[in-house]
Design a protein around this ligand. Structure first.
Ligand SMILES: [Mn+2]
Length: 165
């Protein structure tokens, strides 16, 4: 925990000048909690809200990615509600990084949670292709997630639209 406090302090110190600059020019930096296999610093919404508390507002918010929420949060939709007004950006994909709707995520509930949080921004579809070796290794894509990337995107959009997103 001592080490965590040091790391969080360093994060705040280094982010503060960027946050001021971002706020001054009307840009919001969106900090994304990542799953435990990618970082040990910010895994959950609660950790992120705590670590970034002094900086949240104009200039700094959270980027929430349903892939990471599914791994780290006990109840992803509740984590979205807890993030509330701090949400600056949202990335969506299936729980396996595949198409939205092909997975076990409760998408109607996730969209309700985003509404409850007051989020009105874009839903950015984030997936990866195994066809690029560097990306495949970085994102652990060891098998195709869909027939094609276009197919993955099209099915995701169709599913979200059918739910009213
Ligand atoms: Mn992401």
């Amino acid at each position: 925990e001592t080490q965590r406090a040091e790391v969080v302090g360093e994060l705040r110190d280094n982010l503060a000048p960027l946050a001021r600059e971002a706020a001054a020019i009307g840009v919001t930096l969106a900090v994304e909690p990542l799953n435990r296999y990618e970082t040990s610093v910010l895994n959950t919404v609660a950790q992120s809200l705590d670590a970034l508390a002094p900086l949240l507002g104009a200039g700094v918010g959270l980027a929430l990615d349903t892939y990471h929420l599914n791994i780290e949060e006990k109840r992803p939709a509740d984590a979205v509600r807890a993030a509330g007004a701090a949400i600056a950006h949202v990335q969506v994909c299936g729980s396996d990084r595949g198409a939205v709707g092909d997975d076990h995520t409760d998408w109607p509930e996730m969209l309700r949670a985003l509404d409850d949080a007051g989020y009105r921004g874009v839903l950015g579809l984030e997936s990866f292709t195994g066809e690029n070796a560097t990306i495949a290794v970085a994102a652990s894509v060891w098998r195709p997630l869909a027939a094609s990337q276009d197919d993955l995107a099209a099915r995701s959009i169709a599913h979200l639209r059918a739910l009213g997103a």
